[in-house]
Design a protein around this ligand. Structure first.
Ligand code: UD1
Ligand code: CA
Length: 469
């Protein structure tokens, strides 16, 4: 039998219909974000990587539409859902999932386990090779509290799993080998076993864990001992935070091995792409679909969401970039704010306390200090002085400001949109521009200065006398 056939006969079921009461949240547990994706993303992806042809996610009532929409968008038709009408326990959830399974073997995972190691899953699937009806993942923890414990017979063979609430003796409580909630099974066996489950336990639920005893009674359950960190199942928000810390460390480690300098507590979401020789400094947050080019520097405290940063670009400290593009060799910040729709082309500069939105700075353009550039375009090599404002909003609609190549906008100018400044034009400092400026013209709109000679000391004398009265 070829390995191809073996691979194609594996489906997976991911249990995700529980309410997640311990999260104390209106949001279903498996939709809580971790490293930029809903919790459920990770076990589903792990199941696909472990060779499942299809993944059936068991969903419940709350948040079902949202969960189904996410899965369809993220995984397409390799992932389907099955509905568990009432949360009657993990055994009942597995039963619901099995109804949609077509393969001869199945991998069952929990939707709240984001850190599963691929190697562990593969070993559990391989545990079926000897003809065992069931294999399951265990691990030995210093603190096993909250987990089901693995009961073994005198010869060491697994006999069953006992849930924390059902532990009968101190000896059972002292067992440090726990059930990780990962199972591989022959489908006919598992269908029969879940059909026979009884709710005789502290929670009155149908426990999937009871299938281990059923397998033990029938030819044996193979226990595969995995690594400790792999099993952090998320039940409450403290565990979510711990799992997220671990996952962020893992992601940073992966980028480091791929040639990225990652410092301190930089947090890089799952799915972010970073080119070689880039530097990601401490306290940065790289979120969503962010992509960083080779050799770029993302300095301390930058927050990037769905940002595209070109090769060799520099983001100086505490810059915030959202749904925007920064070109090759451009320089941003410190303290710059690129809001959605900003495009900063190659070699352009956006300096401190400059805010942009829906605005393109063409190649080599500069806005180095204190400006608001909204709904506009700055031509190649143009210079926007300190304190410039694109007055883009009249209280009802947004209007565009267009600045031609090589133009110079003097400091403290207001450009009242819609308005166009021609190529190479000058706008004098302090001008309020309300009409288009032709190319190569100078626009100046300020009152003429008058110097009153000797007036300052006369003024002081008058004010001093007034103060004495
Ligand atoms: C479960 C195991 C426990 C194991 C632990 C590993 C059982 C009875 N216990 O406990 O032995 O040590 O995982 O993390 O299986 N779910 C449903 N429908 C339900 C109930 C749960 O789909 O009716 C889903 C949940 O959404 C969750 C998963 O099953 O993703 C596990 O349920 P949970 O309540 O978290 O089980 P644990 O108490 O953690
Ligand atoms: Ca759990």
């Amino acid at each position: 039998m070829s390995s191809r056939t073996a691979v194609s006969s594996l489906d997976a079921v991911v249990l995700a219909a529980g309410q997640g009461k311990r999260m104390r949240s209106a949001l279903p547990k498996v939709l809580h974000p971790i490293c930029g994706r809903p919790l459920v993303h990770f076990p589903v992806r792990a199941a696909l990587e472990a060779g499942a042809s299809r993944v059936v996610v068991v969903v419940g009532g709350a948040g079902r539409a949202e969960l189904e929409a996410y899965l369809a968008a993220a995984f397409g038709d390799r992932v389907t859902t099955a509905v568990q009408a009432e949360p009657r326990g993990t055994g009942d959830a597995a039963r619901a999932g099995l109804e949609a399974v077509e393969a001869s073997r199945v991998l069952v995972l929990c939707g709240d386990a984001p850190l599963l190691a691929l190697a562990d899953l593969e070993r559990v699937v391989a545990g079926l090779a000897g003809g065992a009806p069931l294999a399951f993942l265990t691990c030995v923890l210093d603190d096993p509290r909250g987990f089901g414990r693995v009961l073994r017979g005198p010869g060491g063979a697994p006999l069953g799993i006992r849930e924390e609430r059902d532990l009968g003796s101190d000896a059972e409580r002292a067992i440090r080998e726990i059930n990780a909630g990962v199972y591989a099974a022959q489908v006919p066996f598992l269908r029969a076993a879940v059909a026979g489950l009884q709710p005789n336990n502290a929670q009155g639920e149908l426990y999937l864990t009871d299938v281990v005893a059923a397998a033990a009674a029938r030819g044996g359950a193979a226990a595969v001992v995995g690594g400790a960190d792999a099993v952090v199942g998320v039940n409450d928000r403290a565990q979510l935070a711990a799992a997220e810390d671990a996952l962020y460390r893992e992601i940073a480690h992966r980028h480091a091995l791929a040639g990225v300098t990652v410092r301190g507590d930089a947090r890089i979401d799952d799915g972010v792409e970073i080119g070689p020789d880039a530097t990601v400094e401490a306290a940065t947050r790289l979120r969503g679909r962010t992509r960083i080019g080779a050799g770029a520097v993302i300095d301390v405290g930058c927050v990037l969401t769905d940002a595209e940063i070109g090769p060799g670009a520099t983001l100086l400290p505490y810059s915030v970039v959202t749904e925007s593009v920064v070109g090759e060799g451009a320089r941003i910040g410190p303290f710059a704010h690129l809001r959605p729709g900003s495009v900063i082309e190659a070699e352009a500069h956006v300096g401190n306390f400059v805010e942009t939105k829906q605005t393109r700075l063409r190649r080599g353009a500069k806005a180095n200090h204190l400006a608001y550039l909204g709904d506009g375009e700055v031509g190649e090599g143009a210079n926007v002085g300190a304190g410039t404002i694109f007055c883009n909003y009249d209280g009802f609609a947004k209007h565009r400001t267009v600045i031609g190549a090589g133009a110079f906008i003097g400091s403290d100018s207001q450009l009242v949109a819609p308005v166009t400044i021609g190529e190479g034009a000058y706008v004098a400092t302090g001008t309020t521009v309300t009409a288009d400026v032709p190319a190569d013209a100078l626009a100046i709109g300020r009152t003429k200065q008058e110097n009153k000679l000797g007036y300052a000391s006369r003024l002081r004398a008058r004010l001093r006398a007034a103060a004495k009265r």
